[in-house]
Design a protein around this ligand. Structure first.
Ligand code: NAP
Ligand code: ZN
Length: 346
């Protein structure tokens, strides 16, 4: 099946319209008519080669929502007409200890990323900036009624990437949680941590988005551009979720943790970060990382968001605005996720 898409033809090249091939629907596959695709900063890292060279041309997009158009003979969980989503992975071995524990994202054989990965049949995966995709049914999520479909798209990456560490490190009543960076991931972290009952603080470069941060559910908002912030908040937080796409001063943020506190990096800059071990030793602190979440956990997150009646705050764009949207994300000028209306793809 040949479908319209937007691809980066080479590293750091502007995205342009193209046509790609989707595989025939196998017995355990679902054909999805994609309605909306979110733009994640990881798409930009990939296109720009920040994480190394990729198999170009690459069609990015791993925040996919749409409607089931066809199912294979063995598929029972999804039916034609269902509202569904696909996130950052489309397959994993299914047998290793991590897959069996529901942590498919940490598959020992390597999960198959939704784009720029090698699928089990040896082909290169292509992502959601397209009109249709064929995905193994086990990696297709149900989007509950009660979340607007376009606003649900960013949950498939930004939502689960923040939900998973917030759950893992026990965000909830009595916990002080800070979110560094109020972009796509950051604004979801604020909404989710607030819904979990934690006391939420935003640490943003400036106070420009303070009103938004408080509306999204934050209790406090501070500018990291103000050096006083790091003195005033020293030793305060149980958990800090760092969503920044660039290098940060890790020691400065570790200093904001209480005894036994954890700084978890979900932000994924290409360059190494460094720290002084005394920032950890001095208060039995941990520095951790976390990548998306498992499939069952992603469904749990979607149901959690539906129960609390929120999706992402989005700006819906047409395909010809993708390159401009990339520039705006790079300039931290996103409120708070760009979502492509795939009806405009061609
Ligand atoms: P985003 O929308 O661009 O948000 C990042 C935010 O970080 C910006 O809005 C900005 O917030 C802050 N920021 C940007 N540059 C900064 C700088 N130089 N210094 C300090 N703060 C800066 O990006 P996103 O889509 O949320 O993704 C964030 C990062 O997470 C990316 O690196 C992405 O690849 C990664 N990611 C990881 C996973 C995972 O599984 N671990 C999943 C998805 C994405 P303020 O304006 O508020 O300061
Ligand atoms: Zn992403």
């Amino acid at each position: 099946m040949r479908v319209h898409a937007y691809a980066a033809p080479a590293a750091a090249a502007p995205l342009a319209p193209t046509v790609i091939e989707r595989r025939a629907v196998g017995a355990n596959d679902v054909l999805i008519e994609i309605k909306y695709a979110g733009i994640c900063h990881s798409d930009i890292h990939t296109v720009n080669g920040d994480w190394g060279l990729q198999p170009y041309p690459v069609v990015p997009g791993h925040e996919i929502v749409g409607i089931v158009a066809e199912v294979g003979a063995d598929v029972t969980r999804h039916r034609v007409g269902d509202r569904v989503g696909v996130g950052c992975m489309v397959n994993s071995c299914g047998r290793c200890v991590n897959c069996r524990n529901g942590d498919e994202q940490y598959c020992l054989e390597g999960m198959v990323p939704t784009y720029a990965g090698t699928d089990r049949d040896g082909t290169v995966t292509q992502g959601g900036y397209s009109t249709h995709v064929v995905v193994d049914a086990d990696f297709v999520l149900s989007v509950p009624e009660g979340i607007d479909l376009a606003a649900a798209a960013p949950l498939l990456c930004a939502g689960i990437t923040t939900y998973s560490p917030l759950r893992h490190w026990g965000a909830g009543p009595g916990k002080k949680v800070a979110v560094v960076g109020l972009g796509g991931l950051g604004h979801m972290a604020v909404k989710i941590a607030h819904a979990m009952g934690a006391e939420v603080t935003v640490l943003s470069q400036s106070l420009k988005k303070q009103e938004d941060g408080l509306r999204l559910g934050a209790d406090h908002y501070h500018a990291t551009g103000d050096p006083d912030t790091f003195e005033r908040l020293a030793g305060r937080f149980d958990l800090i979720v760092n969503t920044v796409s660039a290098r940060i001063d890790v020691d400065a943020y570790l200093g904001l943790l209480a005894v036994d506190g954890t700084l978890v990096n979900v932000g994924a800059p290409g360059e190494p970060l460094s720290l002084n071990v005394f920032s950890l030793i001095g208060a039995r602190r941990s520095y951790a990382g976390s990548m998306i979440g498992g499939i069952a956990e992603t469904q749990e997150m979607l149901d959690f968001c539906a129960e609390h009646r929120f999706g992402a705050d989005i700006e819906l764009i047409s395909a010809d605005q993708i390159n401009e949207a990339y520039q705006r994300v790079l300039a931290s000028d996103v409120r708070y996720r760009f979502v492509i209306d795939t009806a405009t793809l061609g």
